[in-house]
Design a protein around this ligand. Structure first.
Ligand SMILES: C[S@@+](CC[C@H](N)C(=O)[O-])C[C@H]1O[C@@H](n2cnc3c(N)ncnc32)[C@H](O)[C@@H]1O
Length: 456
C-alpha cells in the first residue's frame, strides 16, 4: 500500500471506523482478532480497498501495541492507563499510521480526530489532536532503547520483553528471524479432503483465478494467499478446510509413527485426540482412515469438532466426548495412539493471532507447562504397548516444549521412549532436549513443537 493510498485523501473515516471497532472489540471482550475484524467488516458498504486498509490497520495496531503504547507514553502527560480505553485505541490507530504506516501526518492526525469526534464526541478531539501532533513532532527523536536489550528488540519487533527473553533462550541467534517471521501475515492455507485430492483442488482454485500452489512440506496442503475461505465452494462443500501446514505435519508425524515411514492408511487404528477442538487434526486423522475419539473440555468447543466432521463428511469416523483429560474416562491401553495437541501460550501462531502476544504474561509458560505435564501423565496409560503418544503445542517456550517431555520421561522413562518426529525436510531438533520445532522463518509454517513418545 502506498502512502497516498493509505492516506485520508483516498481511504477515509468509514474504513478507520471499522478498524477501530475491531480493535475495541478485541480489547473489551477478549475476542480473537480474526473474528473481530470479520465482524467489523461484515455488512458494511466498504469497497475492496477500504476493507483491505481497515483489516491491515486493525491487525497492525494489535500487533504493534506495545511499541505504540511506549511511543504514546513519551508524549502523554499522564499514564496511558488513566486515559479512557476507547480513546487509547484511537490514539493507537493514529500512532501506527504515524510511526509505521507511512501515512502522511496530516491524514493520520486528522482522521484520528474525526474518529474521536464520531465515536466519542467533540470533547475528545482536542486531546487526540494534541497527543498525535506531539508524536508526529517528536517521532524522529524518540529515545528508543538499544535493540541488544530485550526491551529494545521487543520495541523494534513488536513483542513484550519477556517474550524476547524466552525466544533468545530457545532460538539463540535465530531469535530476530523467528520473531520477524511472526509479524508476516501468513495467508490462507487449505488441507485437501479427502487426502490425495490436492492436485484437483489446486486446479479448481487456479481455474477460479486464485494464486494456488502446493505447500512445501505437507502432502495435502495448498497455499492460497489472499483468498477468503468463506468465499470458496471447496470449503463450503467439505472438499477443503483451512489449516496451517504445521498442523498437517503434526498429523503426518503421528501417521508415520503409527504406520511406518511415509505414513499409509490408518484404517482400523483407534486414536484419541485429547484436546481436539476445533477439529483440524481430528478430521485430518479421520480422513486418513482412523477411528477418532475427539475430546475437549468445553462443550461448545466439542460441538465445533462435530460440526467440522459433518462438514467434511467424516462424522461416521469421529466420536466426540466432552471431558477433562486430566481425568480421562477411558480404560488403560484402549488406544493405538493418543494425540495431545495441548492448550498453550500460542506464541507460534502470533502471525495469525497478533493480539496473543499482549494477552499472555510471563507466568503463562510455566503455568501452562504444569497443565500440559499433568495432561500428558494422565493420558499415558491409555496408550497400548507399542502405540504412540504424540505431544504437540503451537508454541516454542522451553517450559511448554522440551521441559514438558523431559519431565514426562523422568516419570515414565521405563514405559515410554522419545522418537524423532518424521516431518520430512521441515523442522529442526529442539535445542537441548527431545522433539522437533517447526518455525515460520525456516519452514514458512506456524511455530509448533512436536514429540512422538513410543510406549515400549
Ligand atoms: C490447541 S487447542 C487444540 C486444537 C486442535 N487440536 C485442532 O487441531 O484443531 C487446545 C484445546 O484444548 C482444550 N483443553 C484445554 N484444557 C483441556 C483439558 N483439561 N482437557 C481437554 N481439553 C482441554 C481447549 O478447550 C482447546 O480446544
Amino acid at each position: 500500500m502506498s502512502p497516498a493510498d493509505a492516506g485520508g485523501d483516498v481511504v477515509g473515516l468509514p474504513a478507520r471506523r471499522a478498524a477501530y471497532r475491531a480493535v475495541r472489540r478485541v480489547h473489551s471482550t477478549d475476542a480473537w482478532s480474526t473474528r473481530a475484524v470479520d465482524s467489523a467488516l461484515r455488512g458494511g458498504d466498504l469497497d475492496a480497498r477500504d476493507r483491505s486498509f481497515a483489516a491491515n490497520l486493525a491487525y497492525q495496531t494489535l500487533r504493534w501495541e506495545g511499541t505504540l503504547d511506549w511511543a504514546l507514553a513519551r508524549v502523554l502527560t499522564r499514564p496511558l492507563d488513566q486515559v479512557q480505553p476507547e480513546l487509547v485505541d484511537i490514539l493507537r490507530l493514529g500512532a501506527w499510521q504515524l510511526l509505521r504506516g507511512g501515512v502522511p501526518d496530516r491524514a493520520a492526525v486528522g482522521t484520528a480526530v474525526d474518529l474521536a469526534r464520531a465515536e466519542l464526541g467533540p470533547q475528545a478531539t482536542g486531546f487526540a489532536n494534541g497527543v498525535l501532533r506531539g508524536l508526529a513532532r517528536t517521532r524522529d527523536a524518540l529515545p528508543w532503547p538499544d535493540p541488544a536489550t530485550d526491551e529494545g528488540l521487543g520495541l523494534a519487533l513488536g513483542y513484550a520483553p519477556w517474550i524476547v527473553a524466552e525466544a533468545r533462550a530457545v532460538h539463540g541467534d535465530r531469535t530476530r528471524a523467528v520473531l520477524e517471521a511472526g509479524n508476516e501475515p501468513p495467508g490462507l492455507t487449505l488441507r485437501a479432503s479427502p487426502p490425495g485430492t490436492r492436485d484437483d483442488l489446486v486446479a479448481e482454485l487456479r481455474a477460479a483465478g486464485l494464486d494456488a500452489a502446493p505447500t512445501r512440506h505437507a502432502a495435502d496442503g495448498v497455499r492460497v494467499p489472499g483468498a477468503d475461505p468463506a468465499a470458496l465452494p471447496a470449503v463450503a462443500e467439505g472438499r477443503a478446510t483451512p489449516q496451517d501446514e504445521a498442523s498437517m505435519l503434526v498429523v503426518e508425524a503421528l501417521t508415520a509413527a503409527l504406520a511406518g515411514p511415509g505414513g499409509g492408511p490408518l484404517d482400523g487404528w483407534r486414536v484419541l485426540d485429547a484436546a481436539a477442538a476445533p477439529g483440524g487434526k481430528t478430521t485430518h486423522l479421520a480422513g486418513l482412515g482412523a477411528e477418532v475419539v475427539a475430546a475437549d473440555v468445553r462443550p461448545g468447543r466439542t460441538r465445533l469438532v462435530a460440526e467440522a466432521a459433518q462438514r467434511l463428511h467424516l462424522a461416521d469416523r469421529v466420536e466426540t466426548v466432552t471431558a477433562d483429560m486430566t481425568a480421562p474416562p477411558f480404560g488403560p491401553a484402549s488406544f493405538d495412539a493418543v494425540l495431545l495437541d495441548a492448550p498453550c501460550t500460542g506464541l507460534g501462531v502470533v502471525r495469525r493471532r497478533p493480539e496473543l502476544r499482549w494477552r499472555r504474561d510471563p507466568g503463562d509458560p510455566a503455568r501452562l507447562g504444569a497443565l500440559q505435564a499433568q495432561l500428558l501423565g494422565a493420558l499415558a496409560p491409555l496408550v497400548r504397548p507399542g502405540g504412540v503418544l504424540l505431544y504437540s503445542a503451537c508454541t516454542w517456550t522451553r517450559a511448554e516444549t522440551t521441559a514438558v517431555v523431559e519431565r514426562f520421561l523422568a516419570a515414565e522413562g521405563d514405559r515410554f521412549a522419545a522418537e524423532p518426529a518424521r516431518t520430512g525436510a521441515a523442522g529442526r531438533p529442539a535445542p537441548a532436549g527431545p522433539g522437533t520445532l517447526l518455525d515460520p522463518a525456516a519452514d514458512t509454517t506456524d511455530g509448533f513443537y512436536l514429540s512422538p513418545l513410543r510406549r515400549t
